[in-house]
Design a protein around this ligand. Structure first.
Ligand code: SF4
Length: 219
């Protein structure tokens, strides 16, 4: 449900292991609220079942809001520099829980930066603009762009909503700019080659969105 990582590319660890590996210094707190997702990405770490089940991010059952708040209450906040809501799973599948917890973090830890890693399909999932739900409680939203066109995007993500998913994800990114200070689109370096990454840069430039090329995490 909760794991910690001390540096970019660092391992996700439980709290005792994280403190043992690096007793001092700041780290990110990663929170998984659901294993559900409306995509079935070819590269999803959830497909590596053994690894997923061994990770303390994988949920054996969906936690209640009370359980999640209790877990957050037990976090040693003096060691945390950012709270990241992420997978295994798509956090917006539990939108009410997600926004309640983001608000809880802001109330109990004022000034603590918050981030959401999302596939950006929440507006298709709920049939409405959900970007406004994050106003004042989310500092950074990181949206998986994955590809430069709807066909390639669908091939990679096998999104439940089909080819329309790509434009909907980009629209969500644009809507988010009104409510979230930092909106970042991401693409994984080893999944796509340099030409595709260049096309993604163009798409982001046209829409005035920031692109981050992420390293593929295969372990
Ligand atoms: S959107 Fe994320 S959690 Fe969902 S299938 Fe793709 S990689 Fe996995």
């Amino acid at each position: 449900m909760l794991v910690y990582a001390t540096h970019k590319g660092g391992r996700y660890l439980s709290l005792p292991d994280s403190l043992q590996e690096q007793p001092d210094g700041l780290r990110n707190l990663y929170v998984n609220i659901t294993n559900e997702c409306n995509c079935a990405c070819t590269f999803c770490l959830r497909n590596m079942k053994k690894m997923a089940e061994e990770s303390s991010l994988w949920l054996k059952k969906r936690p209640t809001v009370a359980e999640l708040k209790k877990a957050l209450d037990e976090v040693p906040w003096e060691y945390i520099k950012e709270v990241v809501f992420c997978g295994f799973g798509e956090p917006t599948m539990q939108l009410d829980t997600l926004t309640e917890l983001l608000r809880y973090v802001k109330e109990t830890q004022p000034g603590m930066p918050t981030r959401l890693n999302t596939n950006g399909l929440g507006e298709l999932e709920y049939g409405r603009e959900i970007a406004a739900d994050f106003k004042g409680i989310l500092d950074t939203i990181s949206i998986s762009l994955n590809a430069s066109n709807a066909e390639r995007y669908y091939e990679l993500t096998r999104a439940k909503y089909g080819l329309q998913s790509y434009e909907a994800m980009l629209d969500f990114a644009e809507h988010s700019k009104k409510y979230v200070p930092h909106v970042v689109l991401t693409i994984v370096d080893k999944v796509e080659g340099p030409d595709e990454i260049a096309r993604c840069r163009e798409i982001c430039a046209q829409r005035n969105l920031t692109l981050r090329v992420r390293e593929y995490e295969d372990s």
